[in-house]
Structures are given as structure tokens and as C-alpha cells.
Design a protein around this ligand. Structure first.
Ligand code: GDP
Ligand code: MN
Length: 377
């Protein structure tokens, strides 16, 4: 789950990181009055779950409250990478001397939180990683011990020459690690971490992604969810209790059980196809879930064929078959559907499906080959 800059800043402040104050506005008038309250130059910043807001015109300096109002009115409603801006953050502008990058993410390869820091902050860090990898210093954290003080200092030392700045930055890096762990984050980033003309270190941008599996024990973090910023399919899947991951292929997959769903995607690829999604409808044969699954899959215009792969254990195949028949009666589905069912009550299920005019199989190999062929036809 992604959270907004203003929300990440709250978490960072709570961890002690120096973050300039800020308030959120949903109208230009509100932005103006916040700017008036702060006085002086402010920055008006689009709150959307996307980087590169600066480049897209979503971050603007305003010298007067009237200017803040004008910027807010231009930014509110603006589209950035397909997301509509509904809120802006108004924050006092800093007098920036230099911009650095500090980020920590859960690295799956090393199975450890991994820091990346660079003195070349402010811009796209992926670009720096590609064109100038030596400008980035990396450090793996042993989660058993956490980030040790000398490690934080080693990272900060890569960013600045001035001992005062190094000391402040090393503290921020340790605090960022705390915020990362305490929030159940998979990624926490300050870009840019600035040194001001007055020699102070401040976080003027904040980005954080939370591991969905950490949310159940952090209701205060879960409450930060902004469904309006998430792809429709993800919200729909979560509400229906389905595990769904969108992919780029054209074979829509509807499977019970995460392991079987993975195996199905593997087999689709093995036979030369491309899965359009990962979808686990879980152990239930509840028609409501099947309907939700079909709505999600068919909303993807890339999908050319829908492949069901059901292994009936406790789940009864005839229940699933009835679910599919009911679901296809209640919603309009354009792509052809091919189905493989095996296990408990499979004979009854195949009968129900054949009667309703579906191609039903019991062999996983056969059905996947059929689906791939149909997607290519
Ligand atoms: P992003 O483009 O979405 O990452 O948004 P940022 O918050 O990182 O802002 C983009 C850029 O705007 C920064 O790299 C700064 O150069 C500039 N900027 C943001 N806040 C301030 C500020 O308070 N003062 C000044 N002078 N520039 C700022
Ligand atoms: Mn930024």
C-alpha cells in the first residue's frame, strides 16, 4: 500500500526526522489561507501516489498567498501519471544548498532491508543508478541487529564533507530506519534530503510503501489507505477477498489456491502464452467471488481468453461449476472461457458446464494449451 507524502511525513516526524511543517488543502481557498498562516514563500505540492511530480508541474513555489491559491487551483484536478490530484500539501519553502537521496527498501534477493544513499539527490534515482552507479552507496542491514550507529555514519559520510552535516544526516538515516521498521514498510525514501543554506538537514519529500501483510497489526497505518489512488481492480479484489496481481499478458487466470495459481502461470508461459494476471479465488466456491473475479478479469482490455483452473478438495467442483454458470448469467463476458476442474464431484461439475455450453477439461496441460491457442488465434 502506498501512502501520500503528507502521511509519510507524519510518520517521519514521529520518528524524530526534521520535516518542515505542512498542511493539506482540497481547495485553492484553503491553500491560500494556509500559505497566509505560514507567511513567506511556500511550496504547493500535489498529493498523488507517484514520483516525478516536480517534472509534471505538480510542485510549485509561491511567493504570496495569492500565488499559492493560483498554483493550487492549477494543481488540484491535474492528472499525474493517470492519477487525479485531489489534495495539495502546502509547506514553507526551504532555502536549499544541496539535495541528497536517502532510501531504504526490503531487498528480496538479500532478504534484508537495504539502504541506498547518494549525493546526487532530487532527481530520478533509477537514472543515477543506470548512468552513474558509483554515485550510490549501498548497505544491507542485518534485521537482527538493526542499523548500527557506525553504519549510519558510513552512509552519511558518503553524502557530505562537513562534519556537522554528516552528524545530522547520520541521525536522520537511523530515524528513517526506525520509521521503516515501525511502519511495516517495504520502502521508505527521502528525495531530496536537503542541506539548507543555514546548515540544517531537512527532509522535504517523503515516500513510503507499506507491506500489505503488515497492515493487520497496524490499524493506524491501514487507516491511511487512499483507495481513490489505487487501480480499481486492486480495490475490488481486496474488498471481495481475492488475491489479485495484474500482469501484462492476455490469458486471464482464475484459480483456487496461490500455489496452483503460480503453477498455472508457469504452464501458460511454458506453452508460449502470457498470463494477464495472478488471481487466487481462495478455497471457496461462493458464486459472488466468481462474479467479482470475472468482473476484474474482463475489465482488462488485454484479456483474450479466461482460463479457470480449479482443484477440488474441500472446495466442491460442482459448486464452482454452478458459480461459473451463475456468474456468466449475471454479467456480460466477451472473451471465451475454458475450464479445468478436477477433484471432488468433478463428474457432476463437467456435466453442469457442458450443459451450459462451456469447454471443460480435467487435464491441466490440455486446458492451458487450449487457452494459449485461443489467445493467439
Ligand atoms: P517529486 O518531484 O515528486 O519528487 O517532488 P519533490 O518534493 O521531491 O520536489 C521536487 C523538487 O522541487 C525538489 O527536488 C526541489 O528541487 C524542489 N522543491 C521542493 N520543495 C522545495 C522547497 O521548499 N524549496 C525549494 N527551493 N525547492 C523545493
Ligand atoms: Mn522527490
Amino acid at each position: 500500500m502506498n501512502i501520500h507524502e503528507y502521511q509519510a511525513k507524519e510518520r517521519f516526524r514521529a520518528a524524530g526526522i526534521p520535516v518542515p511543517p505542512g498542511e493539506v488543502a482540497t481547495t485553492a481557498e484553503e491553500a491560500e489561507s494556509i500559505a497566509r498562516k505560514f507567511g513567506g514563500t511556500v511550496v504547493v505540492k500535489a498529493q498523488v501516489h507517484s514520483g516525478g511530480r516536480g517534472k509534471a508541474g505538480g510542485v510549485k513555489l509561491a511567493k504570496t498567498p495569492e500565488e499559492a491559491r493560483a498554483h493550487a487551483s492549477a494543481i488540484l484536478g491535474m492528472q499525474i501519471k493517470g492519477l487525479t490530484v485531489e489534495k495539495v500539501l502546502v509547506t514553507p519553502a526551504e532555502d536549499i544548498a544541496s539535495e541528497a537521496y536517502v532510501g531504504v527498501l526490503m531487498d528480496r534477493k538479500s532478504q534484508a532491508p537495504t539502504f541506498m544513499v547518494s549525493a546526487a539527490g532530487g532527481i530520478d534515482i533509477e537514472e543515477v543508478a543506470r548512468t552513474n552507479p558509483t554515485a550510490i552507496r549501498k548497505l544491507q542491514v542485518d534485521p537482527r541487529y538493526g542499523l548500527l550507529p557506525h553504519q549510519a555514519l558510513w552512509l552519511a559520510n558518503f553524502l557530505y564533507d562537513d562534519p556537522g552535516l554528516i552528524k545530522q544526516a547520520s541521525k536522520v538515516i537511523s530515524q528513517l530506519y526506525r520509521a521503516f521498521v515501525d511502519s511495516g514498510a517495504s520502502m521508505a525514501e527521502i528525495n531530496p534530503l536537503v542541506a539548507t543554506a543555514q546548515g540544517e538537514i531537512k527532509a522535504i519529500d517523503a515516500k513510503m510503501s507499506i507491506d500489505d501483510s503488515e497492515l493487520f497489526r497496524r490499524p493506524e497505518v491501514a487507516a491511511m489507505r487512499d483507495s481513490s489512488s489505487e487501480p480499481w481492480a486492486e480495490t475490488k479484489a481486496r474488498e471481495a477477498g481475492l488475491s489479485f496481481v495484474k500482469l501484462d499478458g492476455d490469458v486471464g487466470c482464475c484459480v483456487n489456491g496461490a500455489g496452483l495459481a503460480m503453477a498455472t502461470m508457469d504452464l501458460v508461459k511454458y506453452y508460449g502464452g502470457e498470463p494477464a494476471n495472478f488471481l487466487d479465488i481462495g478455497g471457496s466456491s461462493n458464486p459472488e467471488k466468481v462474479i467479482a473475479a470475472l468482473e476484474i478479469i474482463t475489465a482488462d482490455p488485454n484479456v483474450k481468453v479466461i482460463l479457470f483452473n480449479i482443484f477440488g478438495g474441500i472446495t466442491r467442483c460442482d459448486d464452482v461449476a454452478n458459480g461459473i454458470v451463475e456468474a456468466t448469467k449475471s454479467i456480460d463476458i466477451e472473451p471465451p472461457i475454458v475450464i479445468r476442474l478436477t477433484g471432488t464431484n468433478e463428474e457432476q461439475a463437467l456435466e453442469i458446464l457442458s450443459d451450459a455450453g462451456f469447454s471443460a477439461f480435467t487435464s491441466m496441460d490440455e486446458v492451458v494449451q487450449k487457452a494459449v491457442a485461443m489467445a493467439k488465434a
